[in-house]
Design a protein around this ligand. Structure first.
Ligand code: NAD
Length: 313
């Protein structure tokens, strides 16, 4: 029977650490700010928006809310992004997805300056992740230390998407070795599957990416030491698709008719085979928000360090 990964515990630890470092900045007269843009009233986005506001409050990050009507034009959104880009009070910008279909989401995301793209979804952030220019953040906890290692130029660093970053943090928290192990990622979205595959590669796992057109999904998952699924398909992964002792991370979120939330994994049958498994809820979800706060803090720290004459020494 699998041990259950406690995402809430890790999230609380990350938030406590963020709070401490926010207080250090506050003592220097520096406020940490996060801008949030919510368009329309998608219930899931609204819920995430509110959860993020609450989390910001808990760690002392000032939230700047932009709630826009469904009928907003792309230019109105871009104007807000341009204003946030140059607003010194705001260290990060989060846009809640999905945006209305008529709005080109890539155009919107790409207009965030990389320094404030704390969810790492803009083309520059994605490119830097793929080029291993930002993956050093997967190897060290202390950002200050990294910045002081001269070979890592902060100007070429970007932020990594919070959900896959949270998955890596969870795996590390539970001491899961990634180097040389076979990780099967299911889902290839820009927000989860694709960046997670790149992060696992950076950690020197052997990575297989499966998606909706993959033939014989079970043939791949049965070979996996680590399965990470992010599809939004309830019950996709069943016990007979999992190797004995595998680690299973379920990113999926599906709301049932009775209001319960489940992931992609048939928890009961998979937990019998796996050695370690994330629950839904209480697994990856809480860590995602914690990573968002951590990235916002790091943006603020980097902003200060870049302005410091010490960096030029
Ligand atoms: P998406 O719709 O953009 O991508 C889904 C991916 O799943 C696609 O790449 C698709 O090819 C693949 N897929 C769909 N059906 C499949 C099947 N039958 N077999 C194999 N692959 C299949 O979604 P997304 O934004 O990547 O999110 C995926 C899931 O993760 C959703 O349930 C979402 O709610 C959840 N999510 C959770 C968090 C969190 O913090 N826990 C964050 C983001 C997304």
């Amino acid at each position: 029977m699998a041990d259950i990964i406690d995402g809430k515990k890790l999230a609380e630890e990350i938030k406590a650490a963020v709070k401490k470092e926010v207080e250090v900045l506050n003592k220097l007269g520096i406020d940490v700010g996060l801008a949030l843009i919510l368009v329309g009233d998608n219930p899931a986005s609204k819920q995430y928006f509110l959860a993020t506001l609450k989390a910001c409050k808990k760690v002392g990050i000032t939230a700047y809310e932009y709630k826009l009507p469904e009928a907003v034009t792309v230019n109105e959104i871009l104007n807000i992004i341009h204003a946030v880009n140059i607003d010194e009070r705001m260290n990060g910008l989060l846009i809640l997805f999905p945006l209305p279909r008529r709005i080109n989401a890539r155009r919107v995301v790409n207009s965030i300056v990389p320094e404030k793209d704390i969810d790492g979804l803009g083309a520059i952030s994605v490119g830097r992740l793929a080029a291993d220019e930002s993956t050093f953040q997967l190897f060290k906890d202390n950002y200050y230390e990294i910045l002081h290692e001269r070979r890592f130029m902060p100007s070429i660093s970007s932020f990594m998407p919070c959900t896959p970053l949270g998955v890596i943090r969870l795996l590390e928290y539970y001491g899961v070795e990634l180097k040389g192990r076979h990780a099967v990622v299911i889902g290839k979205s820009l927000a989860v599957g694709k960046p997670l595959s790149l992060m696992l590669l950076a950690k020197e796992a052997t990575v297989t990416v499966c998606h909706s057109e993959t033939k014989d999904l079970a043939g791949f998952t049965r070979q996996a030491d680590i399965i990470c699924t992010a599809t939004g398909v309830k019950g996709l992964i069943k016990g007979d698709m999992v190797k004995e002792g595998a680690v299973v991370v379920d990113v999926g979120i599906n709301v049932l008719d009775d209001g319960r939330i489940v992931g992609d994994v048939d928890f009961g049958s998979v937990a019998e085979k796996a050695s370690l498994i994330t629950p839904v809820p209480g697994g990856v979800g809480p860590v995602t928000i914690a990573m968002l706060l951590e990235n916002t803090l790091r943006s603020a720290q980097r902003n200060e360090l870049l302005k410091s004459p010490l960096m030029m020494a």
